[in-house]
Design a protein around this ligand. Structure first.
Ligand code: SF4
Ligand code: SF4
Length: 552
């Protein structure tokens, strides 16, 4: 019997599981229209590879992975692409996002799937790339591309694999039903994960309010042929948080800012393991998932729907909204968000849609000042001080809020849940984080702009210099070409020039011949005197020359 390590804090909200976990998973019929967003995972959205008017088949890749942290998206049925344009999507911002809209042709014809039955003999890198191209991402809500999590990198192996079946949020039961009904298939997918990570220990954590799921997984584990331990963990929100489940099962703490792989553990959701099984067994991409449709609807239940199903259709399949519905939540009431438009589709991240009513979700009383009771700190599973973070976030002193480990906050909402002053603490933390990210982006943009400006200046200078060098080279070339031209280009001009020069020389000589020198026509005595003077000058010159040589 494994000893557990309770994490600090946590809360016990009413779980509301019974509303939807009593029925088997229903299959949604084929719908006339699907909206497949390109952004369905953490990282860079998929790159569209189809255009309006294209015909597509079920399972055909309509968006390729774009970059390292990305994964592909696929057509949920056969039909025609009628739009590649912004559409309403399930996101807290309510902002539309790029999506591919497919009008179904009713035939539901699929591409030829290539099962990966021989995955054990495949090169691990090839297998991971196939997993990327089949669009696998974490279906527990985090939607991190699976192929990256399946790469143990430098460690070479991840000794402990944890399968997350805790499903601790109230109302959500899709994993519960999946484990009850498809336990063997989940473990077939788990075998692939275990093999790629070289995990030696496999633990499955399930909250003890799901006894049927625990029994089904234990039975499947006994038959699967490799050692798996199914562990019932106490029902306490947020036991399904990756770090909380890791600590609960192993006693190992994931350091702040680190990943669980840094301590030799990788966590996968049971739904992801199931979709991996379908990829291996049938070569099927992620084109469907199980979603809980519950709350103020006529027939709360879990339905297997295709990715791209409009949420309005999902609600209709769950019997429709009852009168007095006051809104819809995506995800659970602790970490979920309000949906603005039911035209938004189901994505890989959507595990639950809850229709609200004033009776089920009474409006929160107005917030009051903090009385510093410390309840929020006691409830925090990460041992933070929410009232301090709230104080600084409210004052927009984000640096101080960060000093209280704002980014360790997992936004579980336990603090807001217990606050007697009804302060929406987690909203303040989300706001502070988004402001810090926005400032960081602005800083990076300014830095990029400065680098661009400097480069622009450098390039302008370089071009100026290159231009000047070219002009100088051209001038030199022209000069070089001009020189031989003046010497040889015009022989007639040269002949005339030579005649002129000869005439000048002759005139000069004639002048010399006719101009008497001042020593000509002198008497013999004067000439003698002149010669003596010249002789003395010559001697003096010789003496001066000799002196210069001595000095030298
Ligand atoms: S629980 Fe609310 S009132 Fe109490 S310390 Fe925290 S923020 Fe303040
Ligand atoms: S939302 Fe953040 S601060 Fe509040 S309890 Fe959860 S982890 Fe702690």
């Amino acid at each position: 019997m494994r000893s557990l390590h309770p994490f600090p804090g946590g809360v016990h909200p009413a779980d509301h599981k019974a509303e939807s976990n009593g029925r088997p998973i229903a299959q949604a019929p084929l719908l006339p229209r699907y909206v497949v967003p390109l952004r369905q995972h953490i990282g860079t959205p998929a790159k569209p590879v189809v255009k309006v008017g294209d015909k597509v088949l079920k399972g055909q890749s309509i968006g390729h992975a774009d970059g390292y942290v990305s994964t592909a998206i696929h057509a949920p049925t056969s039909g025609r692409v009628v739009a590649v344009a912004p559409q309403p999507v399930p996101h807290p911002s309510g902002i539309a996002d790029l999506a591919i809209v497919i009008e179904a042709d009713g035939d539901d014809r699929a591409i030829e799937y290539e099962p990966l039955i021989d995955w054990r003999s495949m090169d691990p890198s090839t297998l991971r790339n196939r997993i990327r191209d089949l669009g696998l991402a974490g279906l527990g809500g985090a939607v991190f591309p699976s192929y990256i999590k399946l790469n143990p990198k430098s460690a070479g192996r991840v000794p402990t694999l944890i399968l997350n079946g805790a499903e601790c949020e109230p109302w959500i039961t899709c994993d519960d039903r999946l484990m009850r009904e498809r336990a063997h298939d989940i473990l077939r997918g788990t075998a692939v994960i275990q093999s790629l990570l070289h995990a030696e220990e496999i633990l499955i954590g399930i909250e003890d309010n799901k006894p049927e799921a625990i029994a089904a997984m234990r039975e499947a584990a006994e038959q699967c042929g490799f050692p798996i331990e199914v562990v019932a963990v106490p029902t306490q929100y947020p036991a399904g948080g990756g770090k909380q489940l890791t600590y609960l099962l192993t006693g190992k703490e994931t350091p702040s800012g680190a990943l669980s792989t840094d301590i030799g553990i990788q966590v996968f959701n049971v739904g992801t393991a199931y979709s991996l099984y379908r990829a291996i067994e049938f070569g099927e991409p992620v084109i469907s998932r199980v979603v809980t449709a519950t709350g103020h609807v006529a027939e709360p239940q879990n339905i297997e729907v295709r990715i791209g199903t409009p949420i309005a259709d999902l609600i209709r399949l769950a019997g429709g909204e009852l009168s007095g519905a006051s809104g819809r939540l995506i995800g659970g009431p602790m970490m979920g968000f309000d949906l603005r438009d039911t035209a938004a589709p189901i994505t890989k991240a959507v595990n639950c849609v809850i229709v609200k009513s004033p009776a089920l979700f009474p409006p929160a009383p107005p917030p009051m000042p903090c009385i510093r009771c410390g309840e929020c700190a006691r409830a925090c599973p990460v041992s933070l001080q929410p009232f301090e973070m709230h104080w600084y976030a409210k004052a927009r002193d984000f640096g101080k809020a960060q000093g209280y480990q704002l980014f360790d906050c997992i936004e579980c909402g336990c603090c807001s849940y217990v606050c007697p002053s009804h302060i929406p603490l987690v909203d303040y933390f989300r706001f502070a984080k988004s402001e810090i990210w926005a400032r960081e982006r602005e800083k990076q943009a300014a830095e990029q702009a400065r680098t661009r400006h400097e480069f622009h200046q450098f390039r302008a200078e370089r071009e100026k210099q290159e231009k000047a060098d070219k002009l100088a080279a051209k001038a030199a070339e022209r000069l070089k070409q001009a020189e031989p031209t003046t010497a040889t280009a015009d022989p007639e001009a040269e002949r005339k020039k030579a005649i002129l020069q000869a005439a000048i020389e002759r005139a000069k000589k004639a002048k010399e011949d006719v101009t008497p020198k001042n020593v000509d026509n002198v008497s013999a005595e004067v000439r003698h005197e002149i010669e003596e003077i010249e002789a003395r000058r010559a001697k003096l010159r010789e003496a001066a020359h000799a002196q210069d040589e001595d000095k030298a």
